[in-house]
Design a protein. Structure first.
Length: 381
């Protein structure tokens, strides 16, 4: 065999190795009846209780800034993503006592004779400033179409006075607040699309990542096989530098498991999604890390009755893939008080932050009440 043919063969083999690697699939071992599943007793506080004229609350996010906790969430008159939906802010210095939530952002009138819709994408600290990302969209009053969505950001140096909205020129609904990587880059996911910026302000130009690179699919159930409806990705960075996006499966293709995709170049390009071995109840989840190097999950993994979104579970992983230490974070039931669109599910869209030895979790209850829980990291043995 000539040298040219050998060189071509080597290149082909290296290409196959690079693009056909078997992914490490995320797993959990949720079993409500297992003796190894530990029930936790976290501290609790209520941030918002529904009122008759504003009985919808959802899309929670949380940040620590200059000695205070800041919570944001969406607030509607009756149900989810209806005209007039606004963004609320509440603040606490001690976790227990929260200020009366105020409408920080309210929608204007749209082009169809009714109010627009605002949806928070998360609150975080970027470049020393408290920053809220949110999407504004219109609605025709006849369908559920999100017309002309635009992503905005507002910032504050003190948590009191806020900037004018900055148009980020993205037509997306952020699933969670941006993730800042160890190299300083910011990543933002709008379902299966990921965007990045190296602008330290977080309000500069964002770039769409290269999606669908055919890496890390060999031996896994792939996107092309199932064509799943995927949304609401949770981003986190592994200690080896790999960045993962863990996605909710929903709609007609919902199969009871999360899906995953990954980036090996700091979030610039992403693999096609593959099906994980991590159970899920058709809801948004949170993935992150602890200061001691372990990894954290908060969500509702019981897929037997996905509409229930119950109980709320916290799980820990030593290696960032196998979340095999399971805790029941909360299992009480909340009774829905007011009718409204898409209000199913007991624990909705949990989001977590880690600060000063605690894991803080904010979660909506039947998309009406807004609660926060905290548990000491030293209790997660």
């Amino acid at each position: 065999m000539g040298k040219t043919r050998i060189l071509i063969l080597v290149m082909v083999l290296l290409s196959c190795r690079a693009y056909c690697q078997t992914p490490v699939l995320f797993t959990n071992n949720y079993d409500r009846k297992s003796k190894e599943t530990v029930k936790l007793y976290p501290e609790r506080s209520v941030i918002y209780d529904p009122a008759g004229s504003w009985s919808y609350a959802h899309h929670p996010s949380l940040a620590w800034f200059k000695g205070k906790l800041y919570a944001v969430f969406s607030n509607g008159r009756h149900g989810e993503d209806e005209p007039g939906q606004r963004i609320m802010l509440s603040v606490s210095e001690n976790f227990t006592d929260w200020t009366e939530p105020v409408a920080l952002l309210e929608p204007g009138m749209g082009n169809y004779g009714q109010e627009k819709i605002l949806t928070p994408g998360g609150i975080t600290v970027v470049d020393g400033r408290l920053t809220i990302y949110y999407t504004e969209n219109d609605n025709d009053g006849k369908s559920n179409r999100r017309i002309d969505p635009v992503l905005y950001a507002i910032t504050s140096d003190d948590g009191i006075t806020w900037s004018d909205p900055v148009n980020l020129s993205l037509k997306i609904f952020p699933c969670q607040r941006p993730l800042q990587l160890s190299n300083g880059r910011l990543l933002l996911t709008g379902n299966t699309l990921v965007y990045y910026t190296d602008d330290s302000s977080g309000t500069g130009v964002w770039h769409r990542c290269r999606m669908g690179m055919p890496k890390y699919q060999d031996g896994a159930v792939t996107f092309d096989e199932v064509k799943p409806s995927l949304c609401e990705g949770s981003l986190f960075e592994h200690e080896n530098g790999t960045v993962f996006c863990i996605l909710r499966s929903t709609g007609k293709t919902y199969d009871g498991y999360l899906w995953q995709m990954q980036s090996n170049d700091g979030g610039i390009s992403w693999s096609l999604p593959v099906k994980s071995m991590f159970t899920d109840s058709n809801s948004k989840s949170y993935f992150g890390s602890l200061p001691d190097g372990r990894y954290l999950y908060v969500g509702t993994p019981d897929n037997r009755k996905p509409a229930d979104r119950h109980p709320l579970v916290l799980a820990i992983s030593e290696n960032g893939y196998d979340f095999n230490r399971t805790y029941i974070l909360s299992d009480d039931h909340y009774s829905q008080l007011y009718p409204g669109r898409w209000k199913g599910g007991d624990y909705g869209y949990p989001f977590a932050i880690v600060h000063d030895g605690y894991v803080y979790v904010i979660v909506s209850r039947h998309k009406e009440r807004m609660e926060i829980l905290r548990i000491g990291i030293d209790e997660l043995k």
